[in-house]
Write a protein that binds this ligand. Structure first.
Ligand code: DCP
Ligand code: MG
Length: 434
């Protein structure tokens, strides 16, 4: 069966760790965890496959990672370096299709439909009209893997299929350092034996509910009646079953002009040493950033605090979250914790404070939407957004926000930053057309 559409998903292996291993080759082959001080309260951003053998996973508290793998080397992470490598990675991908949708720093979807001439040229193949698109897609996948290995010294895994979600499951199944092509027509059979959690968009909450019904595999999900699924998850239910059958018409979007990060910052008229004032600013920024994210239907994996002291020394501190968020409260709490830590180290008075959210992922891939309690919170946040949209930003505020009289107007930018200038906002460039 010939495919009408071919989608590729490329994802780098153990991305942050791989970058660290390029910078320090002595880390290769060892259990390495990126995420910060193992004694701290942060979470694992990622772990090398050697550390994963011990059960260490992204999102796990660092303290637990240390218990599981005491011999692991813990690194803080360097977002600037990751951003730079990410740019080069996305640049390679654009040689294979004009339609590349970055899914994050280390992953992207490519629509290869109609890209035969581009692929032939990038793979230095002589033109041959008898070659199928699947064959060419495989050649493209191998060439991408070769170039990423040669130019960046990182292993990339590739999945190829007729839709996004199957391509993503395939690239996961190909890891580490592999390529997997699901031939057209074999999507449902490929997915059927796999556990629920491998389907993009199906998270732990939905998994629990389905397991309660005795549904454990994607094949069983595919065979579950729509009515049952609708009762559990509303309109998402039948959609889930479709995905489990390998049907996903979602197009590969070019960047769609979406911001890769959202931030707010403001400079005070006088330097501030009252932490309550700094926190109030952070809270108001968290509410704006959160509202932007919800409006963009995206969530952030990474929260960044930016501080400029009176002498213009500027620092940024980032934290990776266990689950991507668009909640004002979570953005604020993370920013406030980063602030406390920064001030504990360097308590001088502050000229500017900012809050950023990056590593944005689509709402649609969010498992927790299937959790009824979580859905209620979502509904509340969205009605707040509606009221604010109608009556202006300050119409509705939580009790802890107040208008910040200290914010000067000189370099205060109330607009959305598309492409935070700090360490983590590199993705925007990575997704711009060459
Ligand atoms: N990341 C994070 N927090 C998470 C998950 C990921 O900060 N909860 C960061 C670190 C990862 C990068 O994003 O290196 C890419 O995420 P992936 O899910 O692709 O994970 P890895 O690339 O680390 O591993 P692999 O893709 O091999 O499973
Ligand atoms: Mg990866």
């Amino acid at each position: 069966m010939a495919a009408s559409r071919i989608v590729m998903h490329v994802d780098l292996d153990a991305f942050y760790v791989s970058v660290e291993q390029v910078r320090d080759p002595s880390l290769r082959g060892k259990p390495v965890v990126v995420g910060g001080d193992p004694g701290g309260r942060g979470v694992v951003a990622t772990a090398s496959y050697e550390a994963r053998v011990f059960g260490v996973r992204s999102g796990m508290p660092l303290s637990m990672a240390r218990r599981l793998c005491a011999s692991a080397i813990f690194l803080r992470g360097d977002y600037q370096a990751y951003g730079n490598v990410s740019k080069q990675f996305h640049r390679i991908l654009r040689d294979f299709s004009p339609l590349v949708e970055p899914g994050g720093l280390d992953e992207a979807y490519l629509d290869l439909t109609g890209c035969e001439p581009v692929i032939e040229s990038s793979c230095r193949l002589a033109h041959d009209p008898s070659r199928s698109l699947e064959e060419l897609a495989r050649a493209a996948g191998e060439e991408i893997r070769r170039r990423v290995r040669d130019e960046l010294s990182i292993a990339a895994s590739v999945g190829i299929a007729t839709s996004r979600s199957v391509a993503k499951v395939a690239s996961d199944a190909a890891k580490p350092d592999g390529l997997l092509l699901v031939p057209p027509g074999e999507e449902a059979a490929f997915l059927a034996p796999r556990p629920l959690r491998e389907l993009p968009g199906l998270g732990p909450k939905a998994e629990t509910e389905l397991t309660r019904l005795g549904v454990r595999t994607l094949g069983q999900l595919a065979a579950t009646p729509d009515g049952t699924l609708r009762a559990l998850f509303g309109k998402w239910g039948p959609l889930l079953a479709e995905r489990a059958r390998g049907v996903d018409p979602t197009p590969v979007g070019e960047d769609r002009g979406a911001a890769k990060s959202v931030s707010r910052e403001g400079t005070y008229a006088q330097d501030i040493d009252d932490v309550a004032v700094l926190r109030a600013s952070l809270r108001s920024y968290a509410e704006s950033v959160g509202a932007d994210l919800r409006q963009m239907e995206r969530r952030a994996r990474c929260v960044t605090l930016r501080l400029r002291y009176g002498d213009f020394t500027t620092i940024t501190r980032s934290r990776t979250l266990a689950q991507p968020t668009h909640s004002d409260e979570e953005l604020y709490a993370t920013g406030a914790e980063l602030l406390d830590r920064a001030l504990a180290k360097d308590p001088r008075s502050v000229r500017l404070v900012g809050l950023g959210a990056s590593q944005l992922v689509d709402d649609a891939v969010q498992l927790d939407l299937f959790d009824p309690r979580r859905r209620k919170d979502e509904d509340l946040l969205r009605s707040i957004d509606r009221v604010r949209g109608k009556f202006g930003g300050r119409a509705l505020q939580t009790g802890r926000t107040f208008f910040d009289p200290y914010t000067g107007a000189d370099d205060f930018d109330p607009g959305r930053h598309t492409g935070l200038s700090s360490q983590i906002g590199q993705e925007r460039d990575a997704s711009e057309p060459a």
